[in-house]
Design a binder for this molecule. Structure first.
Ligand code: GNR
Ligand code: NI
Length: 176
C-alpha cells in the first residue's frame, strides 16, 4: 500500500471530469486501498480519486467517530434528494479553508463496490454532505466554487501565502 499525493487548489487537474470504472481488477482494489490509507493519514472524512490525480469515478469515505468504517463508492449516482442543510466544509485540496455550503439533507445513492456489486444506500447529515462533496470532485468541482468570486480570490491568495511561508520555514530549517 502506498500513500498518494493530494493535489491542491488551484491545480487545473482538479478540474478533470472523471471517467466511469469499467474493470474491477487488482489495480482498482489497490487504488481503493491506497486512497483509504491516504484519507486516514490526512485525517480526512472522504477522498475522491480526482484529488490523487486518478480520473476515475471512485470515492472513499469514513464518517464514523471511531474511524473504523471505511466505505467505497464506484460510479456513484444520486437517485433522489430531499431537504436542505448547511454545513461548514473543508477540503484536503484546499487546506486551512472552511466555508458554509448548502447541500441536500437526505440523498439516495446507487453505486458499486470494489468487486463491481451494485448497491443502494440512504445518507443523511454529514454522510450526505461528504458524498455530495466527493461527487463534486468527480465532476471537477470544488466547494470554493460555491463562494463568490471575490472570496475565491481571497482563498487563492491565502493558499499562495501559506505555501510561500512553508517554503521559507523549510529553508530556514528546524533550528529556528
Ligand atoms: O475531510 C474532510 N472534511 C469535510 C468536512 C466537511 C465537509 C466535507 C468534508 S470532505 C473533507 C475531505 C475532502 O476533501 N474530501 O474531498
Ligand atoms: Ni474535498
Amino acid at each position: 500500500m502506498a500513500e498518494l499525493q493530494i493535489l491542491e487548489f488551484p491545480d487545473p487537474r482538479l478540474r478533470t471530469v472523471a471517467q466511469p470504472v469499467t474493470v474491477y481488477d487488482a489495480d482498482l482494489q489497490g487504488l481503493v486501498a491506497d486512497m483509504l490509507r491516504t484519507m486516514y493519514t490526512a485525517n480526512g472524512i472522504g477522498l475522491a480519486a480526482t484529488q490523487v490525480d486518478r480520473h476515475v469515478r471512485l470515492l472513499v469515505l469514513d464518517v464514523s467517530e471511531s474511524r473504523d468504517q471505511p466505505r467505497e463508492y464506484i460510479n456513484p449516482e444520486i437517485i433522489s434528494r430531499e431537504g436542505e442543510q448547511v454545513c461548514e466544509e473543508g477540503c484536503l485540496s484546499v487546506p486551512g479553508v472552511y466555508a458554509n455550503v448548502e447541500r441536500a439533507e437526505h440523498i439516495r445513492i446507487r453505486a458499486r463496490d470494489r468487486h463491481g456489486i451494485e448497491f443502494e444506500e440512504d445518507a443523511s447529515g454529514l454522510h450526505a454532505v461528504c458524498l455530495q462533496h466527493e461527487m463534486d470532485h468527480l465532476e471537477g468541482r470544488l466547494f470554493v466554487d460555491y463562494l463568490s468570486p471575490l472570496k475565491r480570490q481571497m482563498v487563492r491568495k491565502r493558499l499562495a501565502k501559506q505555501r510561500r511561508q512553508a517554503v521559507q520555514e523549510s529553508a530556514v530549517g528546524p533550528a529556528l
